[in-house]
Design a protein around this ligand. Structure first.
Ligand SMILES: Cc1cc2nc3c(=O)[nH]c(=O)nc-3n(C[C@H](O)[C@H](O)[C@H](O)COP(=O)(O)O)c2cc1C
Length: 222
């Protein structure tokens, strides 16, 4: 059975409060029609304890990688934080599909998403270094980003100011994940009268993308 990780990156948990979550629901509904047996795991990042790369993680990793230490020679804090990091990465790796729902905040994603992604970049686990540069190890998996924005970034003067979708897509691609076209709802705050229409359009795009992502199930290929 395939597994879909539904990663929501917004302190809001109630669907009616978040435009992104409304679009995310439309995506999931459609996906389930095509893969009724899909196992869906919710990851609401604001409910999780996400290790931050601090001195314990930095030094613990360095000790293991090139200072000749064994795991049980690390400090208790280093062991605990490294274990949590690997557990989080293992949970991520165990999935076949990834759906991220984020708002654009101050030109990027909420910082908790960066903290989360920092736990996934583990050499020889999610990517390896080769003579030709880094190579992602999460091949055969698919991801999509559903993003809401108050303003317009797909055209006009802010085209080069958007780093949320750009960063997430690049990071997932780096890990070897096949990244679908993002589902973007933008301009709702700047053009509030058009907000309902913009959200409906994004829901239609989410439905289309869900169909595209769900067809040709990953578990049957394996
Ligand atoms: C802290 C904060 C920062 C924001 N920064 C931006 C921004 O840089 N650009 C933008 O277009 N909208 C920005 N917004 C607006 C949100 O992206 C927009 O309201 C979005 O629709 C929120 O999605 P949600 O309803 O799922 O929470 C910001 C909102 C907040 C709360």
């Amino acid at each position: 059975m395939s597994k879909l990780l539904y990663i929501t990156v917004n302190p809001k948990k109630e669907i009616k409060l978040s435009k992104g979550l409304q679009i995310g629901e439309a995506f999931l509904e459609e996906f389930k029609k095509y893969q009724p047996n899909i196992e869906i795991e919710n990851m609401h990042l604001y409910d999780m304890e996400i290790p931050e790369i601090d001195m314990d993680l930095l030094y613990g990793r360095a000790k293991l990688s090139f200072m000749g230490y064994k795991f049980d020679q690390l400090t208790e804090q280093e062991q605990t934080k490294l274990t949590k990091m690997h557990e989080l990465a293992d949970r991520f790796i165990a999935a076949d599909y990834y759906v991220f729902v984020t708002p654009l905040w101050n030109l990027g994603s909420p910082s908790i998403l960066k903290a989360f992604l920092d736990n996934l970049f583990i050499v020889n686990k999610t990517f390896k270094n080769t003579e030709n540069g880094p190579d992602g190890l999460l091949k055969g998996k698919k991801g999509v980003h559903i993003q809401t924005r108050g303003g317009i970034y797909s055209s006009g003067p802010l085209v080069d100011f958007e780093f949320g979708d750009r960063f997430l897509r690049t990071a997932l691609g780096f890990l070897g994940i096949e990244v679908m076209d993002s589902v973007i709802a933008e301009g709702m705050d700047h053009f509030p009268k058009m907000a309902a229409e913009i959200i409906e359009k994004a829901k239609s795009k989410a439905v289309e993308t869900a169909r595209e992502m769900a067809k040709d199930p990953i578990s049957e290929k394996a």
